[in-house]
Design a binder for this molecule. Structure first.
Ligand code: FES
Ligand code: FE2
Length: 394
């Protein structure tokens, strides 16, 4: 798991007037809206004596008030009031908690969990079509019981569709399914990579979708990443009709992940007119369908061993169609080399002992060292390793 990337925290629609506790990267955060409606994300551990700020309440001055002794923290993480010292005494400098940069986009509140200054931060995966009249969007969220890197690798995997998602068309019975598939590089970027491929496509069976591709033929699809936890999948049913799916994944810890699935479609919706009333119904159908497809992945992924990516690549047998999996892991190695990988062994030991809580460092840590909590332990930065060559098939 890595600091210094944007993590989805909560759907905008699910964040109301009360603070909420969210666990990401095996750390607790409190998310709330200040008096102007802007979301704020802070470390959840009160700097006084460790109460959970999310059990407190939002105050009219835009602060969150600790449930234990009433200290108030503003969106910048600064303590603005300590009731026990009286209103005339200013809180000391260390009376603060980490506060993370926030962006609300695509109906999701994202927090930058790291300490990089703004100009050095990796971006949120751009979704150019979002909010344009041609496209309709929905966001669903669900939890899975496996590591987010396993989940992203599953989403990238071009060779699993015919077997895991037999409802997509062919039933995984053709002898020559993937041998001809060429992965064309697409949307490579400093923080990730992508590919498109041409697949054989049977006529769509679902009566609503049949309109989109009435005859069999070829279709284009592909996936790619930005950072360790943002992923896109384009499914071009035909030249005109597409679904673009974006997965923003938040590792709760090493064994659980919260997935935010943003679905953009230029099909299955009505623009204006009386029939626009059907759009809500179609949104529901699309979300149900996406959950059904996800459940096919989850069934297989729940039983993959080991639960975490093995440290040695020799402990799996990669084929050319697995190239994208290795590309993803190469990117993770780059992030590790930058010193952004959380040292899970050290964190696990400390959490098991139970007498220390860490914080993911926020950007303000670069300005002052007056903090109560220590920074989470990280794997030391180093020179990036050479990418490892693919094993030839056969
Ligand atoms: S623990 Fe938060 S105010 Fe005392
Ligand atoms: Fe899948």
């Amino acid at each position: 798991m890595f600091m210094n990337f944007w993590y989805p925290v909560v759907r905008s629609a699910d964040l109301g007037a009360t603070p909420q506790k969210v666990r990401i990267l095996a750390h607790d955060f409190v998310v709330f809206r200040d008096q102007t409606g802007q979301p704020a994300v802070l470390s959840d551990t009160c700097a006084h004596r460790g109460a959970s700020l999310s059990q407190g309440k939002c105050r009219e001055d835009g602060t969150v008030q600790c449930p234990y002794h009433g200290w108030r923290f503003n969106a910048a993480g600064e303590c603005t009031r300590i009731p026990s010292i009286g209103s005339k005494t200013r809180p000391p400098a260390r009376a603060r908690v980490d506060s993370y940069p926030v962006q609300e986009q695509y109906g999701i509140v994202f927090a930058f969990l790291g300490d990089l200054p703004e100009q050095e931060r990796p971006p949120i995966l751009p979704v150019e079509e979002h909010g344009t009249p041609e496209w309709r969007s929905t966001v669903i969220t669900f939890d899975i019981n496996y590591h987010y890197e396993r989940s992203i690798e599953n989403g990238l995997d071009p060779a699993h569709n015919e077997y895991v998602h037999t409802t997509h068309g062919y039933q995984g019975e053709r002898e020559d399914s993937y041998t001809m598939m060429e992965l064309r590089p697409f949307k490579n970027n400093p923080w990730g990579f992508g590919f498109m491929a041409t697949f054989d496509a049977p006529p769509l069976k679902n009566p609503i979708m049949r309109r989109v591709r009435p005859k069999g033929g070829k279709m284009e699809a592909g996936s790619g990443t930005v950072g360790p936890n943002h992923m896109w999948t384009y499914i071009n049913f035909s030249e005109k009709y597409s679904m673009h799916q974006y997965m923003f994944e938040a590792p709760i810890d090493e064994h659980r992940t919260r997935v935010f699935l943003l679905n953009e479609r230029n099909v299955l919706f009505f623009k204006g007119g009386l029939r626009a009333k059907l759009n809500g119904w179609l949104d529901k159908k699309v979300s149900e369908r996406n959950m059904f497809i996800a459940s096919q992945d989850i069934r297989v992924m729940n039983e993959v061993s080991p639960r975490l990516t093995p440290p040695s690549r020799a402990k799996e047998l990669m084929m050319p169609a697995d190239k994208v999996i290795l590309q993803y892991r190469d990117k993770l190695d780059e992030f590790e080399a930058r010193g952004w990988r959380i040292d899970m062994a050290a964190l696990r030991d400390a959490q098991q002992k139970g007498d220390v809580v860490f914080a993911i460092p926020c950007p303000a840590r670069r300005e002052t060292n007056a903090w109560v909590l220590d920074e989470v332990p990280r794997v030391l930065a180093r020179e990036p390793a050479e990418p490892i060559a693919l094993q030839a098939a056969g």
